[in-house]
Design a binder for this molecule. Sequence first.
Ligand code: ATP
Ligand code: MG
Length: 596
Amino acid sequence: MLKFAYFIEGGHYAHNNGKGEFFMKMSRMYLPTLREVPSDAEVISHQLLLRAGLIRKLVSGVYSYLPLGKRVLAKIERVIREEMDAANSQEVLMSAIQPSELWKESGRWENFGPEMFRLYDRNEREFCLGPTHEEIFTSLVRDELKSYKQLPLSLYQIQTKYRDEKRPRFGVIRAREFIMKDAYTFDRDPDGMKQSYQEMWEAYTKIFDRLHMKYRVVEGDSGAMGGSDSHEFTAMAESGESTVMYAEGCDYAATDEKAECIFELPVQDTEKKELEKVSTPNVGTIEDLENFFQVSADRFAKTLLLTVKGEPIAVMIPGHRELNLIKLLKVVDAAEHEIEMAEEETVKEITGARVGFAGPIGLKKDIPLYIDKRVTEMTNIIVGANESDFHYKNANYGKDFEGTVVDDLILTQEGDICPQDRRLRLKSDRGIEVGNIFQLGTKYSDSLNLTYLDQDGKSKKVWMGSHGIGVSRTMAAIIEQNYDEKGIIWPLVVAPYHILITVVNAKKEDQMQLGEQLYQEYTKLGYEVLFDDRNERAGVKFNDADLIGIPIRINVGRRAEEGIVEFSLRRGGEKEEIPVSEIAQKVKDEFAYQGL
Ligand code: ATP
Ligand code: MG
């Protein structure tokens, strides 16, 4: 039975009798379940976390974890710790409060933007509540690192992060306070950094495999972290905010933001015709235009007006495709919060027309125009005329308009050509980003001056990586992958308890007695057992049992006196009446089945 000693957690999660055994009676438990679906909870994990009494909302994007929720978090953290430790990463714990000076050194105090919670101490010194910890770890290591002999180094923490998200939603999936595992690696050179990256990749694979998650590792955008290579670990779920582009037949997978967009344009006219202004009264949308001109949207180019750091720009893409904001941000060197669609007033000022008639020819203001390369390959296209109710026909790049040509400004979509194997077509799937790994290069060691003395006696910059897992988000992602219409179906590895013993009628002494006996016995064997001894109707207890999703269930009912109980598995196993002597084997079988 030592096999299960692995599951024994520190004594603060439940009543501990001092022998490492846990006793938890539901009659004593703080488990406020809800029958109704809370109205502001859109996704299933948010609904079930609230209904099953794992979390409660304090304010928007800020949650309290109740006893069941805390236990699940601890289980997830345990798996993460074991695999991080095995990958030679050492656990530390850093402060959530961070001085602004370090962020000013890295340059991120200015460009992190409104996601950062900022605060002052009594002496007006500026701080933030850490949204991430690159600066703090770099500074910690810089103060001690001397020689190459101290490298490579890998440190991690499991700690609370703060981000004032623009749209906190989906419960703990996009929260403003959340728990993250963040690791930072320090290496002598690019090869070392890549090796550390590989080790983290493998550790993450083990973590998410052990958590029984269905996920994909996808090429990601390195966003606010900076640096070069990055991958996201995305838990597949319909409700997810991430779109994963992938191809069947090769191992290509990338977020739609990152994926290179390759598609065929329709066959174009070889002869460039004369530009012609056409009256198009009230024809403002792409659909209107398709109907008016009787051609499909891939014969138009749309001209989008945006503002970057307050300054207007125009962007042209083929009419049937969407702008990829992340790709544009790289071109204009701005952060996400610094870019917006232009207001109606601005559009009128720049085009001299109502919204819907912007085009590249005759803009009233001289603003930068970025043109997706595909537009330059199209001939005789339809564009807005910068005049209300008018368009141009037969506009041609080079002849009628010019601008800064950019290779790819388009959001990839299903059916596009796979960048890795051009014979294949991309498909898309939705998911929740639960972790990511970044190669930071020397971004932070440059700005914060983190150096070491190499073997050749020279002072060199450290090559870094940063690697996150959203611990609280993972809890929700597991639910998104494991539920039915009645509630959560926890995998054993993260279940708040392994076994739920329910006394069907708490007024019957024989049932209570057998329930109590099994509860003691299985707890002593090292299992985490929850005992539903409440004096409630059986229906209420069974509904709660389904809702909270404990994997293994034993109902002690009317055949208690004969030593017969009802055994079932939450993951859809049939209910079976069995003698108590057979329980042990069935429990073992289920642990084995779930790989434990
Ligand atoms: P997202 O694109 O979802 O905003 P991110 O790229 O900002 O994520 P990182 O800064 O890389 O995320 O953070 C590491 C991990 O922390 C993410 O992979 C995710 O699992 C988790 N995480 C990020 N933001 C939140 C949040 N607001 N609430 C809960 N978990 C989060
Ligand atoms: Mg984010």
